[in-house]
Ligand binder design. Structure first.
Ligand SMILES: C[S@@+](CC[C@H](N)C(=O)[O-])C[C@H]1O[C@@H](n2cnc3c(N)ncnc32)[C@H](O)[C@@H]1O
Length: 291
């Protein structure tokens, strides 16, 4: 057995997260079954370095797939954002003085949530609106097909940030110079070009994708690994309170980070546990009393 299980837990017994219980040597992943707003109140302020949260987007659809389901009720985006406020405030509080908050949304309410985050985190804390473009799925007949999500990045202080580079396109490689550079400055072709805030190279987890575990709206490991390597350091603690199938924890472990993840859905927690186990990860699983 590679993981330990607890019944209802007291977070103070598992934390401080900077203490021995969650540092390497004990379980580097803690998986909490419970409503995030209930258990996050027990998390000491400033105890995590990176938060990624991928809540239901307010689509008005019940999200159902072979390994689980969750409700995503429709709401006016203003009400949707208000309902998310307590969670976002707790997440911002949980971050240390150089911590980063990543909020994954789509067109339904990202505009209202951005205003809310400007209030909660401060306008100066806004760093990026990352646009993740993808293909597949249904196509609207009377609108442009909506094929992107938005990830809002807010950060405290001088945030951790590691530039990711991608190879130059073939024509740039051929010319060997960047058009915006002074004529005599040759670009370093081997280094590649820094990534922009719009990403088109990460496919969704659909169809026969081997990553697919059957949890609705599962996000790709490549997306999470990119966010985690860019916005945190090795050994950091990454928090995802709406973890679904546990993608964030797997990506964090693959990149040498620790993970604190949770979900209110028992099915999501079961899938996350299975995935972690299959990957050979050591983790602790606790159930948080309903609150
Ligand atoms: C979009 S899915 C997350 C998918 C995940 N990123 C993945 O890759 O599988 C949203 C999840 O948030 C969970 N959730 C919604 N509200 C929650 C809350 N208040 N506390 C904890 N989990 C919540 C749902 O049960 C659902 O599993």
């Amino acid at each position: 057995m590679r993981h330990s299980e607890g019944g209802s837990a007291e977070l103070p017994a598992l934390f401080p997260v900077t203490g021995p219980e969650i540092r390497p040597g004990a379980e580097p992943v803690l998986l909490v079954e419970g409503r995030a707003e209930a258990w996050l109140t027990m998390l000491p302020a400033g105890s995590v370095q990176l938060v990624y949260v991928d809540p239901p987007f307010g689509t008005g659809k019940r999200r159902e797939s072979s390994a689980g389901a969750y409700d995503d009720p429709a709401a006016h985006p203003r009400e949707y954002a208000e309902a998310l406020r307590p969670l976002l405030e707790l997440l911002w509080r949980a971050l240390d003085e150089r911590g980063t908050l990543l909020v994954h949304l789509d067109h339904h309410a990202s505009h209202y949530v951005k205003v809310l985050l400007d209030d909660t985190c401060g306008i100066g804390a806004f760093r990026n609106e990352i646009v993740w473009c993808y293909n597949g799925g249904g196509v609207a007949r009377s609108d442009y097909a909506r094929k992107h999500d938005v990830i809002l990045r807010y950060a405290k202080g001088e945030p951790r940030f590691h530039v990711v580079r991608r190879p130059y396109k073939e024509n740039t490689q051929a010319v060997g110079r960047h058009s915006t550079y002074a004529k005599e400055v040759a670009i370093d072709l081997a280094r590649g070009t820094p990534l922009t805030d719009w990403w088109t190279d990460i496919p969704t987890v659909t169809g026969w994708n081997p990553e697919r575990v059957g949890y609705p709206t599962q996000k790709p490991l490549m997306l999470l690994e990119r966010l985690i390597t860019t916005c945190s350091d090795a050994g950091d603690l990454v928090l995802d309170p709406c973890c679904g199938s546990g993608t964030t924890a797997l990506a964090a472990r693959r990149q040498g980070r620790m993970a604190l993840i949770g979900d209110r859905s028992p099915a999501a927690v079961a899938v996350s546990a299975e995935r972690l186990q299959a990957a050979g990860e050591v983790f602790r699983r606790v159930r948080w009393p309903e609150g």
